[in-house]
Structure formats: C-alpha cells, structure tokens
Design a protein around this ligand. Structure first.
Ligand code: SAM
Length: 305
C-alpha cells in the first residue's frame, strides 16, 4: 500500500467511525483496540473492509480478540516488568489475528520489546502471515513457521540461547493440538499458558469405544448418550488439563473469554507458573481419573509428573 493510499484509507476510517458509531460499537466496554486505533492492521488482517466497515463475523472476531487481550494484559504486563524482551508462541496461529494484535499492543501500548512466533500446520496461512508482516512493517519481531505443535522446538527459534519461552497461547487449536500446546508450555517452563480449547474429541472417542462396554460404572449411562457424552467429555477433558497444569505448579483459572452468544467454544484456561509441582493437585488428578473410569488423555502421557 502506498503512503497516499494508506492516508486516504485512514481518513475514510476516521469519517466512518464517528464518535456516535464508536459509542454504539463499544456499548459501554473499554476495548483496548478500537477500529480507529489500528485501521491498517485491521484492513490487512481482513477484519475491516475497504470502505472502513466491519462485517458482523469480523466484528465477533474483533471483540473476541479484544476480550482476550484484556484478560492476558495483567500477566503480560507482569512479564514486561521482568523480561527485557517477552517471547510468545502462538500455537496453531491460523491467520494470527491474535499475535498481530499482541504485537501492535507491544509496540503502541506497552512500548516494550516482544518476539512473537506463530506456528501452524497450514503452510498457506503461514505464507499469508509472512506477507502481512512484511506489508505492515511491524517494528516488533515476529516469526512464522509451518510446524505441527508437537514437532516444534523452541531452541531453533529462540534468538539467543538463554532466551526462554515466556508465554504460550493457543486459541481454538483443534482437539489434541491444545494438549500439544499445554505440554510444550509445561516442558519449556513457560511463565504463562493460555488456551481456548475446541473440538475435544479424544476422550469422547474412548468413552464411546471402551466406556460403552463397561457394565457397572456409574458413568455408563452417559457413555451411551452421544450428545451428552460429547459435551461432558469436553468439560472432563478440560478439567484433566487444569489438574495436569496444577500438578506441574501452575495456578489455573478457567473462565468464559467472550460474550457467550459469540462462540460456543468459549472456555479460556489461564495458567501462571508458580513452582515446579503441586502434590495435592497430582493426588486430585488421580482421584479424578478414577472417577472417570481410568480414561486418560494424551496430555497425561506427554507430561507425566
Ligand atoms: C480454528 S483455527 C484457529 C486459528 C487461530 N488460533 C484463531 O483463533 O484464529 C485452528 C488452527 O490450528 C491449526 N492446527 C490444528 N492442529 C494443529 C497442530 N497439531 N499443529 C499445528 N497447527 C495445528 C489449524 O491449521 C488451524 O489454522
């Protein structure tokens, strides 16, 4: 985009997004990022249209990212105080809307150096992210690579040998890709891990395959009910993830991260590292797995205590 086209677009945005329209858009919320704060970024990421409008779908994504950044903010600001440069991995980054917005926050709001790495198994998305990064001329450092999360090795991306990975985020990384992101964060002793799980199918498939054959287990009626089996397995999977993280010394909270009507995949697991392990949580996990008929998920095997 030439300087002239960029200036024309920004003035279009400023006249479209009048204070009345912005007020209606924010509806009383204090969003960190407004349509007028970073128009070129939003246009490049496909959130804002050429005529400065934002479609309903893109609006949901935009609000979702705003909510996420607001929830990450205290943890990232804490890292900013302690680290000269904050290293963040966006695992299963897709179009990397979240990491581009985070890079924008680091450059314009927190004014702190960051190094953002986005990985995804889809090479087309990685190529698009690299192009967007070059077009946007972002000052902060970003790197994108095609990789399965389970194959990712931080050492080959870290800029200096001592540069630890400080934060791992994974937004709607499909099924066990979320477990790969959690186990990567635990192994790298990341200070902060944030995942919004989706399509948790692993445990539901074990319940279907082996659970339905169990005769006297209290959960057998549930194993036989397809819809409730899927729903309950999703929550049970997330509870196991919480206990594994706690057992590895993380303080964990779970919450909804955006308006409940915006997405059915609305759970956010936030984990902050406080130590190496927590015995009581390990015991709780054992009890929980017993209740669950002994069914484990791949995360248990990846990061045993
Ligand atoms: C639903 S999209 C979410 C993308 C992005 N995080 C977002 O919220 O917009 C899931 C992404 O995870 C990627 N993915 C799924 N499994 C993966 C794996 N095991 N390793 C790397 N990427 C994976 C997919 O290619 C896809 O781009």
């Amino acid at each position: 985009m030439t300087q002239r086209t960029a200036e024309d677009f920004i003035s279009k945005v400023n006249s479209h997004w009048s204070s009345d329209r912005l007020k209606k858009f924010t509806a009383g919320h204090k969003y960190l990022l407004l349509p007028t704060s970073a128009p070129l970024l939003l246009k490049t990421l496909g959130i804002m249209n050429n005529d400065a409008t934002i479609s309903a779908d893109a609006m949901r994504k935009f609000i979702q990212v705003n909510h996420l950044i607001a929830q990450f903010r205290p943890f990232l600001e804490d890292l900013n105080e302690r680290q000269k440069i904050v290293n963040i991995l966006d695992a299963g980054c897709g179009s990397s809307v979240l990491s581009f917005v985070l890079a924008w926050c680091y450059e314009n709001m927190w004014k702190h150096p960051s190094y953002m790495v986005g990985i995804d198994s889809n090479v087309k998305l990685i190529e698009k992210n690299i192009k967007n990064f070059n077009d946007l001329k972002i000052k902060g450092e970003m790197n994108f690579a095609q990789s399965a999360i389970s194959d990712f090795d931080w050492k080959t991306f870290s800029k200096d040998e001592k540069g630890r990975l400080h934060a791992v985020i994974a937004l709607h990384a499909c099924d066990t890709a979320t477990d790969d992101a959690i186990s990567l964060g635990i192994r790298e002793k990341a200070d902060f891990i944030a995942v919004a799980p989706c399509c948790q199918a692993e445990l539901a498939s074990y319940w279907k395959k082996d659970g339905t054959a169990m005769k006297d287990h209290a959960l057998t009626p549930l194993f036989h009910n397809p819809h409730l089996r899927r729903e309950m397995a999703a929550h049970t999977t997330d509870m196991i993830r919480v206990l594994v993280l706690r057992g590895h010394g993380y303080e964990v909270t779970t919450t909804e991260f955006t308006m409940s009507h915006a997405t059915p995949k609305n759970t956010l697991i936030l984990a902050v590292r406080r130590g190496n392990y927590h015995k009581e949580s390990q015991r709780e996990l054992d009890e929980f797995l017993k209740w669950n008929g002994g069914f484990e998920i791949s995360l248990n095997k990846k990061v045993p205590f």
